[in-house]
Write a protein that binds this ligand. Structure first.
Ligand code: 5CA
Length: 162
């Protein structure tokens, strides 16, 4: 028998099941707070890790979820064009109050409110991805198509070019 999931990870597992997905949440003994730690733990490429980042419209206060490949950074200028107003990072308290989860464990689904969502097109090239599952040591494996479907995200170019 595997150990029961912590409450936040169980919440994400329940959301996945409620949405009709069979993906399984796993918990690590070691932190998977960063994309690099997550990739090392599951043994995948950094690019296959889904970072769930929370931004905020600076005029409207609207909250935006950006799903970014672990190897990319968000181009904030590009994101503000997509959103139609200046944007900035949401602070940690705000992240918790809109998603119900703390930074380091924010999952792509299961938030307290529905969020306008953009998906980094680079994530679509992989057969499978791994996303955080509600805690800084939980993850689940999924497909890019499922990620797009479960979030209703707009697939687009959001990365910063280096
Ligand atoms: N569990 C891992 C892999 S899925 C994870 O959640 N990674 S993450 O990238 O989605 O979440 C951590 C991100 O939170 C960091 O990349 C960073 O951009 C963001 N972050 C960290 N500290 C802050 C902060 N003080 N305010 C806003 N965002 C922050």
């Amino acid at each position: 028998m595997s150990k029961p999931l912590s409450p936040s990870a169980q919440k994400v597992q329940n959301t996945l099941h409620a949405l009709g997905y069979a993906f399984t949440v796993i918990e690590s003994e070691t932190p998977t707070k960063t994309a690099a730690q997550a990739a090392t733990f599951v043994g995948c490429l950094l690019g296959q890790i889904v970072k769930s980042l929370i931004f905020q419209g600076q005029s409207s206060g609207k909250i935006i979820l950006v799903l970014v490949s672990g190897e990319n950074r968000v181009d904030e200028k590009r994101l503000s064009e997509l959103v139609g107003e200046p944007i900035g990072r949401a602070d940690p308290e705000r992240v918790r109050s809109v998603t119900g989860f703390a930074i380091g464990g924010v999952p792509p689904i299961g938030h307290l409110q529905k969020l306008e969502t953009y998906l980094d097109e680079d994530l679509m090239q992989y057969e499978t991805l791994w996303a955080a599952a509600g805690t800084p040591n939980s993850l689940f494996q999924l497909t890019p198509t499922a990620l797009q479907e479960m979030t209703g995200a707009q697939v687009t170019q959001v990365k910063e070019w280096r």
